[in-house]
Design a protein around this ligand. Structure first.
Ligand code: ADQ
Length: 732
């Protein structure tokens, strides 16, 4: 089957333009289009996105669609003005964009924008699903923050789909991401992907931390195992088409553009800045730094010119219009200060230029000043390097993703005008060999990690099956419908059946506070009905203490195994069996309590649960990363301390527990032997590490089911509590 790449981005690579002769299409020269063009030999491609504003009352949508498909392999998602205003200018650019760039002061939240963001993501997802063709091996590659919800929407309908997602912006610290309204929904949305790509490891790290803190999900550095699939995480710094840029540099058209540039320079040295006019790009700060530089070095006012090229961007948004005014004011102010000079020291160009012309500016620039306050990557820095090859000096903000790759640039803090002014001075004073050394090193990197490398490395990682690094899947099979039916049939046929299930995480969802996990009405009904089955012994086996469980389940005619098998009682038995003959508290109990108490003080949110012969330290309410770290310390401490004692340390789900050695949930099978009970059907279900003893002790013919995704000795796996309840409901 032929592979096909479905590329989904807010905008199509072509934009519709209304001309006197009707609609025409202008190719957008974005880096993404170039990058993916080079993959055309390997994958057929289909683009899905917004084609720009098209009046559908004047233009026949079917005709537009056919033309886009035929000429550009593109499928339009038609959006009207209202939709674009709320989804794109609203939620995407007045909430997500500023927060992703650590600038929440630019946020302007409106609930209606969020609703439209959701609605438009759904429209995109529907269009993608419509385009899926069973004759192709379709891979879906979704781009950027405007479309965060799509991966989960597709996953829901196509559980095995290959979905890539690439974020072109930074991903900020969880402390700031949590300010986004509906942050959980957004994270869950993007986690529908099989692979999520970021520009830098820093962004990946922040993403993992947000997923942990906001969704409570642990992840590996490169992977996150979810109930339905695994999501891989990777770092793919985007780049440019270096070879193509070199072609442009050598093209004959350059000579005309060079002349235009020379007319602006009038023999002066060129400092160049090129940006979309966006508040993240640090344009105002940079101009102020240049002002400082001129104050300190007045002679340069006649010898240099700062050409600031700014592409108009998102002009519908107030803060972008305000920025334009601010920048223009600063430019006039600086030029007025130096009005006695023949030519003003800043030349400001507010428009988009053809790339060939931009190249002429890059080539002529002695210095390229790239000082964003925050930037996912920044391609201008790489374009300058690709054009210069062995000359010129790049001054680069440490807050641009590109800084993590381009260390040979002069790196500056964009918030520090003195440092930027110093850097300009330093750049002018660098010896030619030092400039060449730095630029050569930069060029080698940019040429090697070009945009083709970027696209190829992302897609080759997407090619790997999502579960390939997940050892669990191969060991414990997902319980399919056939096995489920087999279990139901065998249970119904059985003369004498035994069912043992764990409680927390198996029959009820795990809660932050253990006392909140009370059984609900549906569960109590279900357990009552199972207890009524004449051919069945039903037992709940839990690590919880006797008082808890007697309060919650004591009135039901079911068996209970409590405190990890310390207390066992079958439904028909009157007396409890205590698995140990010791009457006293174990000798380690007090000391362990003291160790736990020390860790409680040092780990805000954690607490101790005391049981008859065991102690548990819970850290579900503590900071998740700190809690994990403290639990490792604690386990190490306890293992040393308990080395020669009759005790074992268990690390469970956000819990560290110490219990008497030899007492575990598997003890129930020894009790069954003692009682000489015979069963022709056994089903055991549990979700955490203490249930592994149950799985090991069960006879070979038993059905054992692990709830969740982690490594287990169980034969089968279910994903969640609701699926366990569904299975049990099928038995009654
Ligand atoms: P942008 O914020 O748009 O991209 P950037 O990476 O610098 O920022 O790309 C700008 C592009 O626009 C460059 O290719 C540049 O040549 C072009 N450009 C700039 N000024 C121009 C002008 N006046 N005329 C014509 N073209 C001009 C987002 C993220 C970035 C990330 C990219 C790619 O914000 O951090 O690097 O996506 O992932």
């Amino acid at each position: 089957m032929n592979k096909r790449l479905i590329i989904v981005a807010n905008r199509l690579p072509v934009t519709a333009c209304n001309t006197e002769d009707g609609l025409s299409y202008k190719a957008s020269p974005g880096g993404l289009v170039t990058a993916l063009n080079s993959l055309k030999d390997k994958y057929e491609q289909l683009w899905i996105g917004w084609p720009g504003e098209i009046d559908l009352e004047v233009n026949d949508p079917e005709k537009v669609k056919n033309q886009l498909k035929q000429d550009f392999s593109a499928v339009p998602v038609f959006l009207n003005k209202h939709q674009i205003n709320r989804y794109y200018f609203g939620f995407s650019n007045k909430v997500l964009w500023p927060i992703l760039h650590y600038l929440p002061s630019h946020c302007d939240y409106d609930e209606r924008d969020w609703k439209m963001y959701k609605a438009v993501n759904e429209i995109f997802a529907e269009e993608i699903l419509k385009q899926i063709d069973p004759n192709y091996d379709d891979w879906i590659w979704i781009h950027d923050y405007q479309l965060l919800l799509i991966p989960a929407l597709i996953r829901e309908k196509m559980p095995n789909a290959k979905i890539g997602f690439f974020l072109h912006t930074p991903f900020p610290s969880s402390e700031i991401f949590r300010a986004v309204p509906y942050r959980e929904e957004l994270l869950k949305g993007v986690l529908g992907a099989s692979l999520i790509g970021f520009h830098t490891y820093g962004y990946l790290r922040h993403f993992r931390s947000s997923v942990l803190r906001l969704l409570g999900l642990n992840s590996e550095v490169n992977r996150l195992d979810l109930e339905t699939h695994s999501t891989k995480l990777g770092v793919y710094p985007i780049s440019i088409d270096t070879a193509k840029i070199q072609e442009t540099v050598n093209a004959s058209s350059q000579s005309d553009y060079k002349k235009i540039v020379q007319e602006i320079l009038k023999g002066r040295k060129l400092i160049l800045s090129v940006d979309r006019l966006d508040y993240t790009k640090g344009i105002a700060n940079r101009l102020k730094a240049y002002k400082k530089f001129l104050e300190r070095n007045p002679k340069y006012a006649s010898q240099t010119v700062l050409v600031q090229i700014a592409v108009p961007s998102r002009t519908q948004i107030t803060s972008y219009r305000e920025l334009k005014e601010e920048v223009e004011e600063i430019v006039s102010e600086i030029n007025e200060i130096h009005e006695k000079e023949k030519n003003p020291p800043i030349h400001y160009i507010y428009r988009s230029l053809p790339f060939e012309k931009l190249t002429a500016f890059y080539k002529a620039a002695e210095i390229c000043l790239v000082t964003p306050l925050c930037d996912g990557m920044n391609l201008v820095a790489k374009e300058y390097v690709a054009v210069q090859k062995d000359k010129g000096v790049l001054i680069l903000s440490e807050l641009a993703g590109a800084a993590s790759e381009l260390g040979e640039a002069i790196i500056v803090n964009p918030w520090n005008p003195d440092q930027i002014a110093d850097a300009i001075e330093q750049a002018f004073n660098l010896m030619p060999w030092e400039r060449a050394r730095r630029m050569n090193a930069l060029y080698t990197k940019v040429a090697r990690n070009d945009v083709h490398y970027w696209a190829n490395s992302f897609l080759s990682d997407l090619a790997e099956p999502a579960f390939s690094q997940n050892p669990i899947a191969s060991q414990t099979q997902l319980l399919d419908n056939n096995t489920m039916q087999e279990i139901i049939n065998n249970f119904k046929k059985a003369e004498s059946a035994l069912i043992i299930t764990d409680y927390d995480g198996t029959l009820v969802e795990i809660t932050s506070v253990p006392m909140n996990a009370r059984p609900d009405r549906n569960l109590l009904n279900l357990l009552e009905k199972l207890a009524e089955k004449p051919n069945c012994d039903f037992m709940v086996a839990t690590g919880r203490s006797r008082p808890d469980m007697l309060d919650w389940l004591g009135h039901l005619p079911i068996g209970l195994s409590l405190e990890h098998g310390l207390w066992i009682k079958f439904a028909h038995e009157k007396e409890w069996l205590k698995t140990t003959s010791e009457e006293q508290l174990p000798d380690w109990y007090e000391s362990v309590r003291e160790i736990f108490a020390k860790f409680c003080l040092g780990t805000p949110g954690s607490f101790i649960e005391e049981k008859e012969t065991s102690l548990a330290w819970h850290y579900r309410l503590a900071d998740p990363e700190f809690g994990n770290w403290q639990s490792r310390e604690l386990t190490l401490n306890l293992t040393n301390f308990l080395a020669n004692k009759n005790a074992e340390v268990l690390a469970g789900k956000r819990i560290v527990e110490v219990r008497m050695a030899g007492i575990n949930k598997g003890n129930v099978f020894a009790r069954i032997q003692q009682l000489n009970k015979k069963y022709d059907f056994i089903l055991v279900i549990g979700d955490d590490s203490t249930d592994e003893d149950l799985f090991s002790a069960a006879p070979d013919y038993a059905y054992s089911i692990k709830v969740g995704n982690s490594l287990s000795k169980a034969k089968y796996r279910l994903n969640k509590v609701s699926e366990v309840r569904n299975l049990l409901n099928n038995l009654i």
